[in-house]
Design a protein around this ligand. Structure first.
Ligand SMILES: N[C@@H](CCC[C@H](N)C(=O)O)C(=O)O
Length: 273
């Protein structure tokens, strides 16, 4: 069984091509694939499935978090997914549609290896508080298909301990939430704004980047100014992405890197069922 390893700003994934939807991707298999000692190591798994004609998309991205849970959307994963399809010769360079659990998304691959995702609307649904290291940090709840609590703070984000999961309001986020901590580096940079983000991802832990999280970040920063339109670069531990926000949609542009391809051992895979 073929696999590809890739990352987007060091948010890393095992890509499993399963064009005809034959694989049984159990929680145990996802956990083992993502385990950095007993597996390949990754923040998540991207299963690549040909979409049904009725979906309006060419492909379906079946995304799983490292703990085996299913999430609605993954922005960095979507760029890696698109890059894989072009690299494998399944799609020509350019724009095509990928179905996700958060709806159909148009992706555009660029010759330099970067990819732009049309992410759909980033909906600011309220305010809430994240508990980090004993302190409460206020932020906006942002729905990017998956749930985020994006908190702009003056405390340097590099000073937080994210080995411990941040606390959050379980009534507001009954299915858990991804928590972003954000510093504004420059409110009026050449590309709109310049932000720095760290993230604690639901189902994973701290990661070096989260694409939907960067979109939530910019939406939250704008919401704090009463704005619904704008753009910003977002520096993450693993690099930089560029986000635009409009009232009805948003885009995410960043790198997508394929690192390796190989073959899973059949007896290892079968023993995990
Ligand atoms: N890393 C992803 C987000 C993956 C899903 C998230 N952990 C969740 O459970 O919602 C991204 O790049 O957006």
């Amino acid at each position: 069984m073929e696999f590809v390893k890739g990352h987007g700003t060091e948010n890393d994934f095992v890509v499993l091509p399963d064009l005809d939807d034959q694989l049984e991707l159990t929680v145990a298999r996802v956990q083992a694939l993502c385990d950095r000692q007993r597996g390949l190591g990754a923040d998540g798994v991207l299963r690549v499935v040909r979409a049904g004609a009725e979906s309006g998309a060419e492909w379906f991205m079946d995304y799983r978090n490292a703990d085996g849970s299913i999430a609605e959307m993954c922005g960095n994963g979507l760029r890696v997914f698109a890059r894989y399809l072009v690299d494998a010769g399944h799609q020509p360079q350019g724009s095509f549609v990928v179905a996700t659990r958060a709806g159909n998304k148009t992706v555009t691959t660029h010759p330099d290896g970067s990819v732009t995702n049309d992410m759909g609307p980033a909906r600011v649904t309220g305010t809430s508080i994240a508990a980090v290291g004993g302190a409460g940090i206020g932020g906006f709840a942002v729905d990017v298909g998956n749930p985020h609590l994006a908190c702009v703070t003056d405390v340097p984000v590099d000073s937080f301990d994210l080995t411990v999961p941040p606390g959050f309001d379980p009534v507001m986020f009954p299915h858990g939430v991804n928590v972003e901590l954000i510093n504004v580096l420059d409110p009026e940079s050449a590309r709109g704004g310049a932000l720095r983000m760290r993230v604690y991802e639901r189902g994973v832990g701290e990661t070096r980047s989260c694409g939907t999280g960067t979109v939530a970040c910019v939406a939250s920063w704008l919401a704090g100014q009463g704005r619904t339109t704008g753009s910003a670069t977002v520096d993450v531990l693993g690099g930089q992405v560029f986000v635009t926000i409009e009232p009805t949609t948003s885009t995410l542009t960043g790198p997508a890197v394929l690192v390796a391809r190989g073959e899973l051992d059949k007896s290892w895979w079968d023993a995990l069922a």
